[in-house]
Design a protein around this ligand. Sequence first.
Ligand code: IPD
Ligand code: CA
Ligand code: CA
Ligand code: CA
Length: 262
Amino acid sequence: MIEQLEIDRSVRQWLNEAADLIQTELKMARYQVSQKTGPTDLVTTVDQQIEVFFADKLATFYPTHQLVAEEDPTHKHQTFSGVTWILDPIDGTLNFIQQQADYAISLAIFEDGVGQLAYIFDVERRTLYSCKVGEGVFVDGVQVERRRPNPSLAESTLIMNFGIIAANYLGLATAGAQARSVRLYGVASLEMAAVITGRADAYLSRHLMPWDIAAGFIMANELGLKISRIDGTEINVLKSGSLLIASEQVHETLLHDFIMKN
Ligand code: IPD
Ligand code: CA
Ligand code: CA
Ligand code: CA
């Protein structure tokens, strides 16, 4: 078993140092932006710096642990082996660049494929969502109580990405129209955190990568939330794909009354 306590202590310190680094770069406007696959797929020098920061920490303190992360092509692994850290150095890069808010560092640690530790750090708010499996989920040290009781779709707030809404993909925009409200923040980890803490009742997205969902996946399982691909199938966190995270009744309604029928 990994040394949960020791790793947790280190990670919290590193997250704070990484957040300081991000905010300093932002304040000094020292970073550069470049395109990856196109004009909506941007990366900054800060994304890369934060990934290097964690890669260096791993190489120094946990050299046998493997790293899966977004920016460096060498940080890619298709299988779990021993201890695996899954990192999104900045989730919500577009928000970071344009809004300078609503972006996060997302980090999950798995041992032989089993989730052990998870962190989603909302950098601008300095809010830390954390989970040691078996001990619950915490927001800045305060335990997340079981979410508000299992609401119906009509009582729910859904978060969906714009592609789903624009295409009424699998009837999900129609479902959104029957819900209490729909929100969209553009940062998968914090959108999952909203469901985890009960500020929303479901989040749906397509084309997410392991680093977008890994930390939220561990937290959702810890709280007994429903988490699957949009078609209801099981998630392998090392693969890319869609996401449907919701409380039980909403998950069931979206799946059976909309997704399966469209
Ligand atoms: C993106 C954000 C966004 C989601 C995209 C992700 P990035 O991550 O989480 O909300 O819709 O699919 O790629 O690129 O900003 O780390
Ligand atoms: Ca990206
Ligand atoms: Ca991301
Ligand atoms: Ca990212």
